[in-house]
Design a protein around this ligand. Structure first.
Ligand SMILES: CC(C)(COP(=O)(O)OP(=O)(O)OC[C@H]1O[C@@H](n2cnc3c(N)ncnc32)[C@H](O)[C@@H]1OP(=O)(O)O)[C@@H](O)C(=O)NCCC(=O)NCCS
Length: 151
């Protein structure tokens, strides 16, 4: 039976492992592990940076998704950004994503200060697009632009 809970300090190594594997699989990109670990600690210490939801079967963690809020000036409300969705290959096609997404949607509908959900996806990660369409996502009319100090 799948349960959804927030990540805690004891989940640190799982978060590091899942995010490292996610970056390799979806962007063929090895992450700097000390930096990733520091980033996970920063999130676990401060919910304003984001919250990881974990799908668990007892003590075993089967998948993760992260959300963080962005204030929308024109709407006087929050967008809820989703990121870092990952289910390890051995647990796929068993409804782990669906359980995580259901928890996100329940939360979204329960809060009047959240008016929308958003995520970005790497242009090369086409495998996941049919799944997103299936659960109701629509492509935004915004393009994403950036300036950055490092990758
Ligand atoms: C995408 C991912 C999270 C799906 O997780 P999952 O737990 O296997 O998904 P579920 O078992 O809940 O599947 C939900 C539905 O989508 C279907 N589905 C799953 N993966 C799919 C895919 N890649 N393409 C199309 N449909 C897919 C399932 O068959 C299921 O359909 P059903 O409702 O008819 O049964 C997982 O494959 C993954 O972690 N991929 C690598 C990381 C990634 O791409 N993350 C997203 C970055 S933006």
């Amino acid at each position: 039976m799948l349960q959804i809970r927030k990540a805690e300090q004891k989940d640190m190594e799982t978060l590091v492992d899942f995010n490292n594997r996610l970056a390799l699989e979806t962007e063929n990109r090895p992450l700097d592990l000390p930096r990733l670990r520091a980033s996970m600690q920063a999130i676990l210490d401060d919910e304003r940076k984001g919250v990881y939801l974990l799908a668990c079967d007892g003590e075993e963690v089967l998948g993760q998704i992260m959300y963080v809020f962005e204030w929308s000036t024109w709407r006087n409300a929050n967008f809820m950004w989703l990121t870092d969705l990952y289910v390890p290959p051995q647990h796929r096609k068993r409804g782990v994503f669906k359980a995580l997404f259901r928890a996100v949607m329940d939360f979204y509908h329960s809060r009047e200060d959240i008016i929308g959900l958003r995520f970005y996806v790497d242009k090369t990660n086409t495998a996941v697009v049919p799944l997103y369409k299936k659960v109701g996502w629509k492509e935004s009319n915004y393009n994403l632009w950036e300036i950055k100090k490092h990758d």
